[in-house]
Design a protein around this ligand. Sequence first.
Ligand SMILES: Nc1ncnc2c1ncn2[C@@H]1O[C@H](COP(=O)(O)OP(=O)(O)OP(=O)(O)O)[C@@H](O)[C@H]1O
Length: 280
Amino acid sequence: MAAIKPQNPLNLRAVKCTTGCSKLDALLAGGVPCGLVTELVGESTAGKTQLCLQLVLTALLPKSLGGISSSSLYIHSEFPFPLRRLDALSRSFSQTTSCLPDPPLDHILVRGVHSATDLLAVLDRVHFLMSGPSQSSGQLPIGLIVIDSIAALFRADFDCNAVDMRRRSGMFFAIAVRLKHLASRFGVAIVVTNQVMDILNEEKVRVGNYEYVWSSGRKVGAALGLGWGSCVNVRLFLSKTASSVMTDDNRRKMMVVFGPHLPKGSCEFVIRRHGVFGIS
Ligand SMILES: Nc1ncnc2c1ncn2[C@@H]1O[C@H](COP(=O)(O)OP(=O)(O)OP(=O)(O)O)[C@@H](O)[C@H]1O
């Protein structure tokens, strides 16, 4: 008799939102999980925003096509919001599927925030969008919240002294509590982008068990440190190869750093006019 393999309950239960690419979906066991906080870490131009823009479009797809039939809330802290790029991507997507609502951009709410306090205030009000009025007005319920980027909010407002570090950690946890509450109470997928910092001290890396990757020939780790790292459920690293910096080759790599339902693995991808696509 064949042995019954124990199955990971997250794999069975979590609804996933397709990335729009079967290769990236295969790496992510189906896509970005609802009910969890997924972090995309990467240096500037690694492709974090491009992937987030793609996700707010794929979230609109019906479940039969891997989407979650949902609107999205895109909270951005870097200005300006790339509206023209989103519009171009939505036109490309509309050509390949007739299943997007028309016009797709009516189902993507965009909100700029300038500080961590500002973000907390938005997160405290966001549940009003989840229940009631949006459904009755014909708008799809919110199923995906993107925060692009979390690191930008902490770059300027905090110094390296002990008081500010404590204040900063307090902010991380306050944001994380709200994100996890929204994810578990409403089953939304939450995607947060984060920047990288250079890692210079090998010893510290080992002692702190700090994950790092090579990107553009630099050894880098996620910005905001271990405190923030413990606030996310899934961490995906987007890196650029050293050769892609020297040449026109725009290959990048998505790597699973951790995730309760994901084995470690990676997939190369490219960014094209029509979107983000895995290539290996
Ligand atoms: N229309 C397009 N066609 C092809 N590639 C594009 C297009 N638009 C953007 N890209 C690629 O996407 C890259 C920018 O990626 P993205 O905006 O996702 O970076 P990011 O990781 O969010 O960086 P940052 O942290 O600075 O915001 C560009 O350098 C370019 O290679």
